[in-house]
Design a protein around this ligand. Structure first.
Ligand SMILES: C[S@@+](CC[C@H](N)C(=O)[O-])C[C@H]1O[C@@H](n2cnc3c(N)ncnc32)[C@H](O)[C@@H]1O
Length: 258
């Protein structure tokens, strides 16, 4: 990932530049649950919204789906993914997940991680609506996003978290409570079948080792130490995650088109 300006770049691309491969809030652990719950099989036509670096694509493709389409809005990400997954069943499209141009009622499974949080609520709904449109009846849609807890979190605390997150990761991140995520999905015609939670420990040592392996974690640490501008940004993000640790979590929801 090429970073032009470390002060302005979005947090996830800075982490990717430092060598981090797992960029979703619940880590590898929650992604494994998401992939298991989707139960991708050889007859499935699947779509991933925002594959990013392709971490989940790699896991999903091991299940040999009938077809896989990855849709990301970042042209560098799509260019890298096309090189990385040069397989017949794979197709990567540079597009907004809210407007995929894919035929309706055509897919068995759709998922997206760490991407709805980046959008305002009405944009989240547009993306969820698109997942619903392209899925066959009975098809599954899974999300893995940043959550807020408890469900009755004070509006003031919520606003503070959103503001500090936006300032540190340079993305207008808008995490939601479990009830709010479920409501967004239900409003677009989904029935929630499973919810899984994990701590929001993206930049904590134990989680980094779990996600990236010991060697990977050491390499990331070394890259950060050698790059003071990146270090400043990573520490800013880490501080916000730590400060609001008790109010933030990671959430996976699997929902069905009814
Ligand atoms: C934080 S990264 C997460 C990437 C990957 N899902 C993961 O968990 O590692 C966010 C990704 O979402 C993509 N993205 C954000 N909004 C999108 C949209 N509306 N349509 C397609 N991709 C989007 C970005 O380009 C970026 O690759």
């Amino acid at each position: 990932m090429y970073i032009e300006d470390f002060e302005k770049a979005q947090g996830h691309w800075i982490l990717a530049r430092m060598g981090k491969k797992v960029l979703r809030p619940g880590g590898k652990e929650l992604t494994c649950k998401l992939v298991d719950l989707l139960n991708i099989g050889e007859k499935d036509d699947v779509v991933e919204f925002a594959p990013g670096l392709g971490f989940t694509a790699n896991m999903a493709l091991k299940n040999k789906p009938h077809s896989y389409i990855g849709i990301d809005a970042d042209k560098d990400a799509i260019a890298n993914l096309r090189v990385k997954f040069n397989q017949k069943i794979c197709n990567f499209m540079l597009a907004n997940a809210a407007e995929t141009q894919l035929p309706e009622n055509s897919k068995d499974k759709v998922w997206g991680e760490a991407m709805l949080t980046m959008h305002a609520d009405h944009r989240k709904s547009e993306i969820i609506k698109e997942a619903h449109r392209i899925l066959k009846k009975g098809g599954l849609y899974a999300i893995h996003e940043l959550g807020l807890t408890p469900n009755n979190i004070e509006e003031e605390t919520k606003a503070k978290i959103q503001k500090e997150l936006a300032l540190s990761i340079k993305v207008n991140a808008r995490p939601l409570t479990q009830t709010e995520w479920v409501t967004l999905l239900e409003n677009q015609g989904f029935k929630v079948v499973k919810v899984e939670l994990n701590g929001m420990c993206l930049l904590e040592t134990a989680r980094v080792i779990d996600d990236e392996g010991l060697i990977g974690a050491l390499k990331i640490g070394w890259n950060i130490i050698r790059n003071p501008k990146a270090k400043k940004r990573v520490l800013e993000m880490r501080n916000v995650f730590k400060k609001y640790k008790n109010h933030m979590n990671a959430i996976v929801i699997v929902a069905q088109k009814i």
